[in-house]
Design a protein around this ligand. Structure first.
Ligand code: FAD
Ligand code: UDP
Length: 382
């Protein structure tokens, strides 16, 4: 009845479903355990008429032409240069820390001098990870690095990961490098912004194809049984492609122990006032128990609003308890070894593919997921 079964309807599952159905002329079944599609990109209108991102603020950004082109088949865009401020002792500083931030932190004359030092050392336009900046022995650069470390990275990272910046994978803090430029944007990608009618509408359109059947509130474990090297679908062997985008340990009842993740508690508030912070995202880098506050109307560009809705993010260690969601893989050697044990268990299954943030245990942005999903669909079709 089906040629392929896809588990999960997030960016990974939806993209691969569409591509297989469209160009592979396949009949595809998508099983999604949540009551809605879209995975963590899911957005919806709240009780006050404001479009919110249920699982945290998602800003689409990419320099990949094929990814942007593919998604543009399913949405128009509200494009803008996303900016974030850090609240440092009540002063709002542009981040990533850049040459404009330098002028807000130091007196003009000193800032000018430091600007020249940074440009000479790294070159205009370069991106320097904080860990690398801290290794510089030049006392001026060391002073800047210490400032950025103490005021932008240390407390935020402790909240987010429960560890210091130097204790987590450099790949993670490297996502927000010090920018030797006057660019206040959080990302430097060519395309950045929001799907005009939201992410859910975009993925809905993507999944709307005669070759695709979507079942929500459908945990794959109620449909699929993984034996030694073959998979049963409702009790019968299924030899078509199975693309799994969920957490890999859960497929095997966490028999080697749980893969560690960080989770987030999103606390939404609707306020009966025009504006709360006047901008989309403020990171709290030296105070407060939450990491950031998002004010949705500024993120989505929504104009017809009464009042405003915000969300605060409180990180915690994922335990696997009912209702918790694993958001961030914790990248280190020990966890990678554990992940590999589960990945080895999948290897004998010739027709099972792992795709996405959870199944690959990686820290992917949306565009990277879509790119990988497009590539996988090509590979399966061949
Ligand atoms: P998911 O979206 O997690 O989808 C996996 C799906 O599989 C889920 O819907 C899940 O319910 C389903 N599933 C799992 N197990 C089963 C099962 N047993 N049976 C059936 N279904 C199952 N990226 C950006 O590019 N820009 C951003 O600004 C950005 N902000 C982010 C903010 C936060 C707080 C987080 C957590 C992530 C952010 N990301 C951002 C990353 C982005 O969310 C991911 O890249 C993307 O959502 C990953 O898609 P995915 O399909 O791999 O995973
Ligand atoms: N980070 C920080 N302070 C900030 C922003 C980021 O310390 O103001 C660090 C923190 O460790 C975070 C990482 O950089 O987890 C990556 O930040 P990013 O904004 O990419 O995180 P995401 O949006 O994926 O949660």
């Amino acid at each position: 009845m089906y040629d392929s079964i896809i588990i999960g309807s997030g960016a990974a599952g939806s993209t691969v479903a569409r591509k297989l159905a469209e160009t592979g002329e396949r009949k595809v079944l998508v099983l999604e355990k949540r009551p809605h599609i879209g995975g963590n990109c899911y957005d919806r209108v709240d009780d006050y008429g404001i479009l919110i991102h249920q699982y945290g603020p998602h800003i689409f950004h990419t320099s990949e032409e094929d990814v942007f082109h593919f998604l543009s088949e399913f949405t128009d865009w509200y494009l803008f240069g996303h900016e974030v401020a850090a609240n440092v002792h009540e002063k709002l500083l542009p981040i990533p820390f850049n040459l404009n931030t330098l002028y807000q932190v130091y007196e003009p004359e000193k800032a000018e001098e430091l600007e020249q030092v940074l440009i000479k050392e790294y070159g205009m336009g370069s991106r320097v990870p904080i860990i690398q900046l801290r290794e510089n022995s030049n006392p001026d650069i060391k002073a800047i690095a210490d400032y950025v470390y103490e005021n932008i990275f240390l407390y935020y990272t402790m909240k987010q990961w429960g560890q210091k910046p130097e204790e987590i994978s450099p790949e993670v803090t490297g996502r927000v490098p010090v920018l030797i430029s006057h660019d206040n944007r959080y990302f430097q990608d060519k395309y950045q912004g929001m799907p005009k009618d939201g992410y859910t509408a975009m993925f809905q359109k993507m999944l709307d194809h005669p070759g695709i059947t979507v079942k929500t509130s459908a945990d794959c474990r109620d449909y699929l049984t993984f034996l030694q090297d073959k998979v049963l679908f409702l009790g019968e062997e299924f030899t078509g492609g199975i693309i799994y985008t969920g957490a890999l340990d859960e497929l095997f009842d966490c028999e080697y122990g749980r893969l560690p993740y960080r989770s987030l508690d999103f606390r939404f508030e609707h306020l009966d006032q025009e504006s709360f912070q006047g901008r989309s995202v403020v990171n709290y880098t030296v105070s407060e128990p939450y990491t950031r506050i998002t004010e949705f109307k500024y993120l989505t560009g929504q104009k017809d609003t009464n009042g405003t809705t915000i969300v605060k993010e409180y990180p915690f260690a994922y335990t696997g308890a009912e209702g918790e969601i694993p958001y961030y893989a914790i990248l280190n050697d020990e966890n990678q070894t554990l992940y590999q044990k589960y990945a080895d268990k999948i290897r004998p299954f010739q027709n099972v593919y792992l795709l996405g943030r959870l199944a690959e245990y990686k820290y992917y942005n949306m565009d990277a997921i879509v790119k990988k999903a497009l590539q996988l669909a090509d590979e399966i079709r061949r």
